[in-house]
Design a protein around this ligand. Structure first.
Ligand code: NCD
Length: 322
């Protein structure tokens, strides 16, 4: 039973919540394969995308997901808005809410902004839902949900099948909201999570999250069924965490040769945007073991699922073709 009002974090997500999203996304994936891949589930509702930080795939994916559910979509661009005239984010959101929104999808460089807006909305517009599309280094729930979906369908087809599976997450964990949301999702589902990267970017404290921490690549990759590479998020680095990108690639970059110590069926994920030749060699990106494009297409079905669940779910709506 889905009872959440907002989707702000995976920290309190239960196994049942993951199952609900997974099975809803599977049915939307089915719908997306139809000749007319559109359903009236959110007809008459308004989904507003408030992206205060740059994004290509997450924003387009939310927009397409909302349109496939027949919602009206409002895209807000902070660069050309009254924010540049000194209006606060809460006041900007209130202005948009006065026009009658149902779901706010929020991305911000500062951790906690989606939760702040949700608290204000709970007081003034209790029917409106907030979805976190990435806040600072904190959380990126829909990215982890689509990653889990991709892992499950490529392994055994079920979430139960991820229990005990070795998954290596490699790169800039410290600055990564994707890593934090994924660690929470994967440990809840019983996967064996190994982190690897330079000590400046993979603090030992992460052991408290129920994962293994390595400062060398080999022990993390050894027999791993999946490897998830993360971008070096230089825009969030406040000092010099790395000698050079070339040196990073030499020690931690994923090449086909390095992947040979993994499980023979190893598959590679990356949330994008990829810095070719830094975290992933081009040959890995072009290889059949690379799931990056699958992640992007699964993103639409998974975002349809969460928009649908937050927007009313099975009670009010049905899934016939529009
Ligand atoms: C990530 C993000 O923005 O957190 N990308 C994404 O949403 N697909 C990861 C990143 O920026 O490296």
């Amino acid at each position: 039973m889905w009872t959440r009002r907002h989707l702000l974090t995976l920290a309190d997500f239960s196994r049942e919540d993951y199952h609900t999203v997974f099975h809803t996304a599977l049915s939307f994936q089915e719908i997306l394969r139809r000749r007319n891949p559109k359903v009236p589930a959110l007809q008459g509702k308004v989904v507003a995308n408030l992206f205060f930080e740059s994004s290509t795939r997450t924003r387009s994916s939310f927009e397409l997901a909302a349109k496939r559910l027949s919602a009206d979509v409002l895209n807000f661009s902070p660069g050309t808005s009254s924010l540049s005239k000194g209006e606060t984010i809460v006041d900007t959101a209130r202005t948009l809410l006065a026009m009658g929104l149902d779901i706010l999808v929020v991305r911000h460089a500062q951790a906690g902004v989606p939760a702040l807006l949700a608290a204000d909305i709970d007081q003034h517009h209790p029917g409106v839902r907030v979805l976190n599309a990435g806040d600072g280094q904190h959380q990126h729930p829909t990215q982890a949900l689509l990653d889990v979906f991709t892992l499950a369908v490529n392994h055994s087809g079920s979430l139960e099948g991820l229990a005990g599976v070795k998954i290596a997450i490699v790169g800039d964990i410290l600055h990564s909201r994707v890593a934090r949301s994924n660690i929470q999702a994967l440990t809840t589902l019983g996967a064996e999570v190994h982190l690897a990267g330079p000590p400046t970017l993979v603090p030992a404290d992460f052991r408290e999250w129920g994962v293994q921490v390595h400062w060398q690549l080999e022990p993390a990759l050894s027999q791993a069924r999946f490897v998830m590479a993360l971008r070096l998020q230089q825009e969030r680095m406040q000092s010099h965490f790395l000698p050079s990108l070339r040196e990073y690639h030499q020690f931690y970059g994923l090449t086909l040769e390095r992947l040979q110590s993994c499980d023979p069926q190893v598959q590679v994920l990356h949330p994008g945007p990829v810095n070719r030749g830094v975290e992933l060699a081009s040959e890995v990106l072009e290889s059949p073991c690379c799931l990056v494009n699958q992640q992007v297409s699964h993103g639409v079905a998974v975002r349809m699922a969460v928009l649908y669940l937050l927007g009313g779910g099975p009670k009010e709506t049905h899934l016939e073709e529009a």
